[in-house]
Structures are given as structure tokens and as C-alpha cells.
Design a protein around this ligand. Structure first.
Ligand code: NAD
Ligand code: APR
Length: 241
């Protein structure tokens, strides 16, 4: 349905979710065996859960951060990095993922709307610092020295990062592409409607139909490691040399 249109595309917004990293060995949230089957969301992904049992929460994210060392970017991450390098128009890559696989796949500019595992947020001075170590031992904030670091991950009930910039890009894009997300969590789940309302074409690449599949002009089903490189090839081919 979108074939033939790719040549006219000048501004693309891409939204990725846990599905793009699934083939790299990082658990998704809602799939069978996913993170939310093994943990109660209220315990590990809310400010209230953190207040109740900080050790549980710090340990949960310490484990997830450590697991990144055993995961490598897959063909989907690398294809998006290639698109960033070779697409002649504007591209905004927004991810709900807190892993660093887009960066390690070669993408230079990634907007992490739900924060990052390798970042610490100080609840005293509110500084965000790059962070690779554990937090369970209550290390001091590199800026104010208070032992009040928390994972720089946006929890349920908190405001995602850079929403203004994202909505601005959705307003002006001519193509919105959603990759590997269940469309269960707002505000990200609403991006497709926002983009459509303002005239963009919309494409979903996912393993199975998501909650919002019917909102897209086109849905392609399959593993991201196959679908994303195929789509990137299509865009770059249409663009010509
Ligand atoms: P909510 O009202 O607590 O959260 C929604 C708000 O949380 C949004 O406005 C968003 O700004 C914010 N948010 C910030 N960071 C987030 C993050 N990292 N992940 C998710 N949301 C974040 O949640 P809700 O309205 O109860 O649920 C939203 C959707 O999430 C629902 O569609 C629900 O199906 C799904 N959900 C699923 C599970 C689960 O799988 N067990 C648990 C909770 C929510
Ligand atoms: N290729 C493409 N898609 C895949 C693959 C794959 N190899 N494997 C799984 N998927 C799809 C699943 O079918 C599912 O629709 O990826 C989607 C993953 O959905 P979720 O686990 O719900 O992850 P996500 O949409 O990123 O969750 C959104 O919820 O809990 C919060 O903050 C958390 O950022 C997260 C947000």
C-alpha cells in the first residue's frame, strides 16, 4: 500500500519498542515469559514501588543493566543506523527502550523517551549522569554527592522525556513507523493517531498484530531483524543515488 510513496517521503519519525531488541536476547514486557509476567509492575516500575522497597527496585535495574553486556545489536538496529546515515531527509528515532542497542548498532541520535538503564537520576539535585555500575550500594551522585541515585527510567505515572520535541516531529512528518511495540502504553501508543491526524502515512512492523494495528495504513508482520532491513532498503532505493 505504501509502495511507490517512498520516493516522496522527506520526514520520518520512527518509534521502537521492546520487540526490536527481542532477537538480541532482551526480554520484552508483555510477551509470554516477558518481564511483566515475572514481576509485578507496581513493585518494580512505579515511584510507589520504589518508595516501598528500594532494594528490590535497585537490584531489578542493576540486573537489567548488567544483562546488556550479554546482548548485541541485531540487523534491525543496524538497518536503522544505516537509514540515519544514508537517508537524505529528516529522521527522528524515538525509542521506548532503555537498552543501548540502537547506539551500539551505530545510531548517533536516539531519543530515549522512557530513559536509559545506563543513566542515573539524582533525586536530590535532579542531575542525570551516565552510569554503568550498580546502584544497590547507594553510590554518591557525581554532582552533589548525595547517596540518592535512582535508575533514570520513566516509571508508570511519570512523564516521559522530550514529549514536546516528539509531538513537534509528529506534526511535520510524512511517514510514521512503529517497530516492535505492543501499543499498550500511552502516550507512545497515541503517536500513530497524532501523526495520521496531521496527514502522515503510517506503517507498523511487528511480530504479531498489536493493540493498535487497525490504526495504521499498513502493518507488516514478521521478525524485526528481517522486516526492518527490507523496509530500509525500500526507502533508500526509492530515494535514488
Ligand atoms: P498509568 O496511567 O500508570 O501510566 C500511563 C502513563 O504513564 C502515561 O501517561 C505515561 O506518561 C506514563 N509512563 C511514563 N513512563 C512510562 C513507562 N516507562 N511505561 C509506561 N508508561 C509510562 O498506566 P495505565 O493507564 O494504567 O496503563 C497504560 C497501559 O499500560 C495500559 O494500556 C495497560 O494495558 C498497560 N499496562 C500493562 C501492564 C502489564 O502488562 N502488566 C501494567 C500496567 C499497565
Ligand atoms: N520482531 C518484531 N516484533 C517483535 C519481536 C520481533 N522479533 N518480538 C516481539 N515483538 C513484538 C511483540 O509481538 C509485541 O507486540 O514486540 C512487541 C513488544 O511489546 P511489549 O513487550 O509490550 O513492549 P513495549 O511495547 O516496548 O512496551 C512499552 O511498556 O512497561 C512499559 O516502559 C515499558 O517501554 C515499555 C513500554
Amino acid at each position: 500500500m505504501l509502495e511507490g510513496l517512498m520516493a516522496e517521503i522527506e520526514r520520518i519519525v520512527i518509534l521502537t519498542g521492546a520487540g526490536i531488541s527481542a532477537e538480541s536476547g532482551i526480554d520484552t514486557f508483555r510477551s509470554a515469559g516477558g518481564l511483566w509476567e515475572q514481576h509485578r509492575v507496581e513493585d518494580v516500575a512505579t515511584p510507589e514501588g520504589f518508595a516501598r522497597n528500594p532494594n528490590l527496585v535497585l537490584n531489578f535495574y542493576d540486573m537489567r543493566r548488567a544483562a546488556l553486556a550479554h546482548a548485541a545489536p541485531n540487523a534491525a538496529h543496524m538497518a536503522l543506523a544505516r537509514l540515519e546515515r544514508e537517508f537524505s531527509g529528516e529522521l527522528l528515532l524515538v525509542t521506548q527502550n532503555v537498552d543501548d542497542l540502537h547506539e551500539r548498532g551505530g545510531s548517533a541520535s536516539v531519543l530515549h523517551m522512557h530513559g536509559e538503564l545506563k543513566s542515573a537520576l539524582c533525586t536530590s539535585c535532579e542531575t542525570r549522569s551516565r552510569w554503568e555500575a550498580t546502584m544497590i550500594d547507594r553510590p554518591p551522585c557525581p554532582v552533589c554527592r548525595a547517596p540518592t541515585l535512582r535508575p533514570d527510567v520513566v516509571w508508570f505515572g511519570e512523564m516521559p522525556y522530550q514529549m514536546g520535541r516528539i509531538y513537534q516531529a509528529l506534526e511535520t512528518c510524512d511517514l510514521f513507523v512503529s517497530i516492535g511495540t505492543s501499543g499498550a502504553v500511552y502516550p507512545a501508543a497515541g503517536f500513530v493517531q497524532e501523526a495520521r491526524r496531521l496527514g502522515a502515512r503510517t506503517l507498523e512492523l511487528n511480530l504479531e498484530p498489536s493493540e493498535g494495528s487497525r490504526l495504521f495504513h499498513e502493518t507488516r508482520l514478521g521478525p524485526a531483524s528481517r522486516l526492518v532491513p527490507e523496509w530500509v532498503e525500500e526507502v533508500l532505493d526509492a530515494q535514488g543515488p
